[in-house]
Design a protein around this ligand. Sequence first.
Ligand SMILES: Cc1cc2nc3c(=O)[nH]c(=O)nc-3n(C[C@H](O)[C@H](O)[C@H](O)COP(=O)(O)O)c2cc1C
Length: 363
Amino acid sequence: MLNYSRLPPAVEQILEAAHWAPSGDNAQPWTFEVQSEDLFDVLVRIEAGNVYEYRQGEPTLISAGTLLENIAIAAPSQGKSAGWQYQGLAGNVHRIRVQLTDDRAAAGHPLLGQIERRSVDRRPYQLRALSQGDKRALSDAVGPEFSVEWHESLAARRKVAGLTRLATDIRLRIPETFDIHNHIVDWKRTFSPDAIPSRALGLDAMTLKIMRWTLAKRARTEMANRMGSPVFAGLQMDFLPGIFSAAYFAFRLKQRASGPADEASQLLRLGQAVQRFWLTATKQGLALQPCLATLAFAHYGRAKEPFTVSAAERRKAEKLAERADSDLGDVPSLRFIGRIGHPKAQLQSRSLRRPLAELVREA
Ligand SMILES: Cc1cc2nc3c(=O)[nH]c(=O)nc-3n(C[C@H](O)[C@H](O)[C@H](O)COP(=O)(O)O)c2cc1C
């Protein structure tokens, strides 16, 4: 295995682009084992016990797919093309082998310049619809394997915002998320390499102050919850952003995979499609925010999984599952949802990434 200081220049450039991939809570759950100048493995960890990692870590596999798409987009700039193969799960680590091949005809990829520019935007957007051209470019970017559905009218956006608000209400009230939320918010930095800067949460200064105070102690969070703070958070984090969007979008499977390895590969390809969609949106000047917690809690509610000790929140998840089925249609075949629109202003704060040197496993 090659350590960071001995990385072949082409591999280093490709991994540099790869590691800008988005991941839930900016967890960056991957490391790289570089075998030679044409071969490396991506190791992807599933965080056991994280309530957001529903269906055995589905969001993490989707993130890994976005990383594979970055590799595919960056490889031509190094005169290579990239192919990957899923190798399986050992313990809580998925292994994916990436093979680079010399490609003399390789030309720079049109989305390469968007990889570092792409960033989640959790603020309200403009009240302006997507053009037919934008929608066509976005759907074309996804490709034929998955379908994208749009929820664009005000009534449709209100319905989906109601679902995401209910999911926020659940996730802020259950004790299982307290430590997660505490660790992922970076209160100090405007640009955070290993967490989410508080200023990128899309909340106003007063709400952030209250949130920082309550998150410092479990008892304070419980008290704030009793006083209805998740209701106000849902208004700011879901309802208003949902109204102030061009649309919600939902990625649906056209066909079910047949076994665990097939399922993992399909989720990786889905992540690739999500990344092409997101990079195309960035190129068109559009902002985007995933809303995966909604799918997570709807899944728990439908499967009646005991994801929390709170019986009241389990019942709420069952209600969410019913409402999501009727508003979005057949939720079990949905794999990714989010909102999209024209940003009101440039982002002032965002997550960055850990240095690549920390992600390359030493020999
Ligand atoms: C699979 C996946 C699920 C995500 N879910 C959410 C979500 O539910 N809400 C949200 O605000 N951001 C979500 N994100 C966005 C990440 O938090 C974000 O990509 C990460 O913090 C890095 O920030 P950046 O995209 O600005 O580089 C998700 C990203 C991925 C890849």
